[in-house]
Design a protein around this ligand. Sequence first.
Ligand SMILES: O=C[C@H](O)COP(=O)(O)O
Length: 255
Amino acid sequence: MERETGMRRKLAAGNWKMNGTSAALGELDMLATSHPAPGVDILVCPPATLVSAAVRTVDNRSIRIGGQDCHSETNGAHTGDISAAMLRDAGATAVILGHSERRASHHETSEDVRAKARSAQKAGLMTVICLGESLLQRQATNTLDIIGAQLSLSVPDSSNGQNLVIAYEPIWAIGSGMTPTPDQIGEVHDFMRDRLEQRFGSGVGRSVRLLYGGSVKAANAAEIFGISNVDGALVGGASLTAADFGPIIAALEAA
Ligand SMILES: O=C[C@H](O)COP(=O)(O)O
Protein backbone atom coordinates (compact mmCIF):
# COMPACT_ATOMS: atom_id res chain seq x y z
CA MET A 1 0.00 0.00 0.00
CA GLU A 2 1.49 3.32 -1.01
CA ARG A 3 1.76 5.93 1.71
CA GLU A 4 0.45 9.29 0.51
CA THR A 5 0.34 12.13 2.99
CA GLY A 6 0.44 15.19 0.71
CA MET A 7 0.45 18.57 2.42
CA ARG A 8 -2.44 17.83 4.70
CA ARG A 9 -2.10 19.01 8.28
CA LYS A 10 -3.02 16.21 10.63
CA LEU A 11 -6.10 16.55 12.80
CA ALA A 12 -6.94 15.11 16.21
CA ALA A 13 -10.66 15.57 16.80
CA GLY A 14 -12.54 14.76 19.99
CA ASN A 15 -16.26 14.08 20.11
CA TRP A 16 -17.55 14.35 23.66
CA LYS A 17 -21.00 13.11 22.58
CA MET A 18 -23.57 13.60 25.40
CA ASN A 19 -20.92 13.90 28.07
CA GLY A 20 -19.76 16.85 30.09
CA THR A 21 -21.11 19.64 32.24
CA SER A 22 -19.22 22.82 33.03
CA ALA A 23 -16.91 20.84 35.33
CA ALA A 24 -15.48 19.12 32.23
CA LEU A 25 -14.07 22.41 30.96
CA GLY A 26 -11.15 21.89 33.34
CA GLU A 27 -10.04 19.00 31.12
CA LEU A 28 -10.17 21.30 28.10
CA ASP A 29 -8.10 23.89 29.93
CA MET A 30 -5.52 21.22 30.83
CA LEU A 31 -5.41 20.02 27.25
CA ALA A 32 -4.83 23.55 25.94
CA THR A 33 -2.19 24.22 28.57
CA SER A 34 -0.32 21.01 27.79
CA HIS A 35 -0.40 21.65 24.00
CA PRO A 36 0.59 25.31 23.60
CA ALA A 37 1.93 24.87 20.06
CA PRO A 38 0.85 21.48 18.73
CA GLY A 39 2.27 20.08 15.53
CA VAL A 40 -1.24 19.01 14.53
CA ASP A 41 -4.67 20.62 14.52
CA ILE A 42 -6.80 19.85 17.57
CA LEU A 43 -10.60 20.05 17.53
CA VAL A 44 -12.87 19.38 20.51
CA CYS A 45 -16.62 19.04 20.03
CA PRO A 46 -18.43 19.28 23.38
CA PRO A 47 -22.23 19.19 23.80
CA ALA A 48 -23.94 22.31 22.41
CA THR A 49 -24.56 23.56 25.95
CA LEU A 50 -20.80 23.93 26.45
CA VAL A 51 -19.74 25.39 23.10
CA SER A 52 -19.65 29.04 24.21
CA ALA A 53 -17.97 28.24 27.51
CA ALA A 54 -15.47 25.96 25.75
CA VAL A 55 -14.56 28.77 23.36
CA ARG A 56 -13.95 31.05 26.35
CA THR A 57 -11.92 28.32 28.09
CA VAL A 58 -9.68 27.80 25.10
CA ASP A 59 -9.34 31.57 24.80
CA ASN A 60 -7.60 31.65 21.40
CA ARG A 61 -5.14 28.94 22.35
CA SER A 62 -4.34 25.98 20.11
CA ILE A 63 -7.67 24.12 20.22
CA ARG A 64 -10.65 24.83 18.00
CA ILE A 65 -14.18 24.11 19.18
CA GLY A 66 -16.95 22.49 17.19
CA GLY A 67 -20.55 21.32 17.44
CA GLN A 68 -21.82 17.77 17.08
CA ASP A 69 -24.72 18.48 14.71
CA CYS A 70 -26.67 21.34 13.18
CA HIS A 71 -29.95 21.87 11.35
CA SER A 72 -29.95 22.49 7.61
CA GLU A 73 -32.00 25.69 7.99
CA THR A 74 -30.60 28.93 9.38
CA ASN A 75 -33.55 29.59 11.72
CA GLY A 76 -37.21 28.79 12.13
CA ALA A 77 -39.73 26.57 13.91
CA HIS A 78 -37.46 23.63 14.76
CA THR A 79 -37.78 23.13 18.50
CA GLY A 80 -34.66 21.76 20.10
CA ASP A 81 -32.45 22.22 17.03
CA ILE A 82 -29.57 24.62 16.48
CA SER A 83 -28.34 26.05 13.20
CA ALA A 84 -24.85 26.34 11.79
CA ALA A 85 -25.09 30.11 12.10
CA MET A 86 -25.85 29.72 15.81
CA LEU A 87 -22.83 27.47 16.30
CA ARG A 88 -20.70 29.99 14.46
CA ASP A 89 -22.14 32.79 16.59
CA ALA A 90 -21.20 30.80 19.71
CA GLY A 91 -17.60 30.69 18.48
CA ALA A 92 -17.51 27.20 16.97
CA THR A 93 -15.47 26.81 13.79
CA ALA A 94 -16.43 23.22 12.94
CA VAL A 95 -19.28 20.73 13.20
CA ILE A 96 -19.52 16.95 13.14
CA LEU A 97 -22.29 15.75 10.81
CA GLY A 98 -23.79 12.37 9.97
CA HIS A 99 -22.38 10.51 12.96
CA SER A 100 -23.77 6.96 12.92
CA GLU A 101 -25.43 7.60 16.28
CA ARG A 102 -27.45 10.40 14.68
CA ARG A 103 -28.09 8.41 11.50
CA ALA A 104 -29.49 5.63 13.74
CA SER A 105 -31.26 7.51 16.56
CA HIS A 106 -32.47 10.50 14.55
CA HIS A 107 -33.01 8.66 11.26
CA GLU A 108 -30.70 11.02 9.39
CA THR A 109 -30.17 10.06 5.77
CA SER A 110 -27.14 10.94 3.69
CA GLU A 111 -29.32 13.49 1.88
CA ASP A 112 -30.10 15.11 5.25
CA VAL A 113 -26.39 15.15 6.06
CA ARG A 114 -25.59 16.81 2.74
CA ALA A 115 -28.17 19.55 3.37
CA LYS A 116 -26.75 20.18 6.83
CA ALA A 117 -23.20 20.21 5.46
CA ARG A 118 -24.14 22.69 2.74
CA SER A 119 -25.61 25.01 5.37
CA ALA A 120 -22.62 24.57 7.70
CA GLN A 121 -20.09 25.29 4.96
CA LYS A 122 -22.08 28.35 3.95
CA ALA A 123 -21.87 29.54 7.57
CA GLY A 124 -18.09 29.14 7.46
CA LEU A 125 -17.83 25.96 9.51
CA MET A 126 -15.47 23.10 8.75
CA THR A 127 -17.65 19.99 8.36
CA VAL A 128 -16.51 16.63 9.70
CA ILE A 129 -18.76 14.20 7.85
CA CYS A 130 -18.94 10.67 9.28
CA LEU A 131 -19.33 7.48 7.23
CA GLY A 132 -19.26 3.88 8.28
CA GLU A 133 -20.55 0.37 7.71
CA SER A 134 -22.30 -1.97 10.14
CA LEU A 135 -20.82 -5.32 11.10
CA LEU A 136 -23.39 -7.12 8.95
CA GLN A 137 -22.48 -4.97 5.96
CA ARG A 138 -18.78 -5.71 6.48
CA GLN A 139 -19.42 -9.42 6.84
CA ALA A 140 -21.41 -9.32 3.60
CA THR A 141 -18.36 -7.67 1.95
CA ASN A 142 -20.42 -4.57 1.19
CA THR A 143 -18.17 -2.09 2.97
CA LEU A 144 -16.86 -0.20 -0.06
CA ASP A 145 -20.32 -0.02 -1.65
CA ILE A 146 -21.75 1.45 1.55
CA ILE A 147 -18.89 3.91 2.00
CA GLY A 148 -19.02 4.92 -1.67
CA ALA A 149 -22.75 5.64 -1.49
CA GLN A 150 -22.52 7.54 1.81
CA LEU A 151 -19.58 9.56 0.53
CA SER A 152 -21.22 10.54 -2.70
CA LEU A 153 -24.61 11.40 -1.13
CA SER A 154 -23.44 13.07 2.12
CA VAL A 155 -20.78 15.40 0.74
CA PRO A 156 -22.01 18.64 -0.88
CA ASP A 157 -20.53 20.12 -4.05
CA SER A 158 -19.46 23.17 -2.03
CA SER A 159 -16.74 21.10 -0.32
CA ASN A 160 -13.02 21.73 -0.50
CA GLY A 161 -9.89 20.89 1.46
CA GLN A 162 -10.57 23.62 4.02
CA ASN A 163 -14.24 23.01 4.78
CA LEU A 164 -14.44 19.22 4.47
CA VAL A 165 -13.02 16.46 6.65
CA ILE A 166 -14.23 12.88 6.32
CA ALA A 167 -14.27 10.52 9.30
CA TYR A 168 -14.43 6.80 8.55
CA GLU A 169 -16.10 5.23 11.56
CA PRO A 170 -17.10 1.58 11.26
CA ILE A 171 -20.23 1.36 13.42
CA TRP A 172 -19.09 -1.88 15.03
CA ALA A 173 -15.82 -0.28 16.16
CA ILE A 174 -17.43 2.65 18.01
CA GLY A 175 -17.14 2.30 21.76
CA SER A 176 -16.64 -1.45 21.41
CA GLY A 177 -12.89 -1.81 21.87
CA MET A 178 -12.76 -3.50 18.44
CA THR A 179 -10.90 -1.95 15.53
CA PRO A 180 -10.52 -3.01 11.91
CA THR A 181 -7.12 -4.33 10.85
CA PRO A 182 -4.68 -1.78 9.42
CA ASP A 183 -5.29 -3.29 5.96
CA GLN A 184 -9.04 -2.84 6.35
CA ILE A 185 -8.66 0.79 7.42
CA GLY A 186 -6.15 1.45 4.64
CA GLU A 187 -8.42 -0.09 2.01
CA VAL A 188 -11.31 2.22 2.95
CA HIS A 189 -9.15 5.33 3.25
CA ASP A 190 -7.45 4.71 -0.12
CA PHE A 191 -10.89 4.14 -1.64
CA MET A 192 -12.26 7.39 -0.19
CA ARG A 193 -9.22 9.29 -1.46
CA ASP A 194 -9.72 7.88 -4.97
CA ARG A 195 -13.40 8.77 -4.92
CA LEU A 196 -12.73 12.32 -3.74
CA GLU A 197 -10.09 12.82 -6.43
CA GLN A 198 -12.46 11.50 -9.09
CA ARG A 199 -15.23 13.87 -7.98
CA PHE A 200 -13.34 17.02 -7.06
CA GLY A 201 -10.12 16.66 -9.04
CA SER A 202 -6.75 15.71 -7.64
CA GLY A 203 -6.00 19.11 -6.06
CA VAL A 204 -9.08 19.24 -3.84
CA GLY A 205 -9.32 15.46 -3.54
CA ARG A 206 -5.84 15.23 -2.12
CA SER A 207 -6.31 18.11 0.28
CA VAL A 208 -9.33 16.70 2.17
CA ARG A 209 -8.33 15.16 5.50
CA LEU A 210 -9.47 11.61 6.21
CA LEU A 211 -9.84 10.61 9.85
CA TYR A 212 -10.31 7.17 11.32
CA GLY A 213 -12.72 6.81 14.28
CA GLY A 214 -13.74 3.88 16.45
CA SER A 215 -12.05 2.76 19.69
CA VAL A 216 -8.94 4.88 19.12
CA LYS A 217 -6.82 5.02 22.27
CA ALA A 218 -3.22 5.66 23.21
CA ALA A 219 -2.36 1.97 22.84
CA ASN A 220 -3.44 1.68 19.17
CA ALA A 221 -3.00 5.28 17.97
CA ALA A 222 0.54 4.98 16.58
CA GLU A 223 -0.35 1.93 14.46
CA ILE A 224 -3.48 3.60 13.10
CA PHE A 225 -1.65 6.84 12.31
CA GLY A 226 0.90 4.88 10.27
CA ILE A 227 -1.76 3.70 7.80
CA SER A 228 -1.98 5.07 4.28
CA ASN A 229 -4.25 8.11 3.92
CA VAL A 230 -5.07 8.31 7.65
CA ASP A 231 -4.68 12.00 8.51
CA GLY A 232 -5.82 11.78 12.11
CA ALA A 233 -8.64 10.49 14.25
CA LEU A 234 -12.12 11.26 15.50
CA VAL A 235 -11.98 10.10 19.10
CA GLY A 236 -14.95 9.54 21.38
CA GLY A 237 -14.42 8.09 24.85
CA ALA A 238 -10.68 8.72 24.93
CA SER A 239 -11.15 12.44 24.18
CA LEU A 240 -12.94 13.19 27.45
CA THR A 241 -9.86 13.73 29.58
CA ALA A 242 -6.56 15.42 28.90
CA ALA A 243 -4.80 12.34 30.30
CA ASP A 244 -6.37 10.11 27.60
CA PHE A 245 -6.50 12.53 24.66
CA GLY A 246 -3.01 14.00 25.18
CA PRO A 247 -1.11 10.80 24.32
CA ILE A 248 -3.24 10.30 21.18
CA ILE A 249 -2.35 13.83 20.06
CA ALA A 250 1.31 13.07 20.80
CA ALA A 251 1.13 9.88 18.72
CA LEU A 252 -0.30 11.89 15.82
CA GLU A 253 2.43 14.50 16.14
CA ALA A 254 5.02 11.72 16.00
CA ALA A 255 3.46 9.91 13.02
O1 LIG B 1 -17.08 10.17 17.17
C1 LIG B 1 -16.38 9.32 17.72
C2 LIG B 1 -16.58 7.92 17.50
O2 LIG B 1 -17.91 7.55 17.56
C3 LIG B 1 -15.65 7.00 18.22
O3 LIG B 1 -16.04 6.76 19.54
P1 LIG B 1 -15.06 5.90 20.48
O4 LIG B 1 -13.68 6.48 20.33
O5 LIG B 1 -15.62 6.06 21.85
O6 LIG B 1 -15.11 4.50 19.96
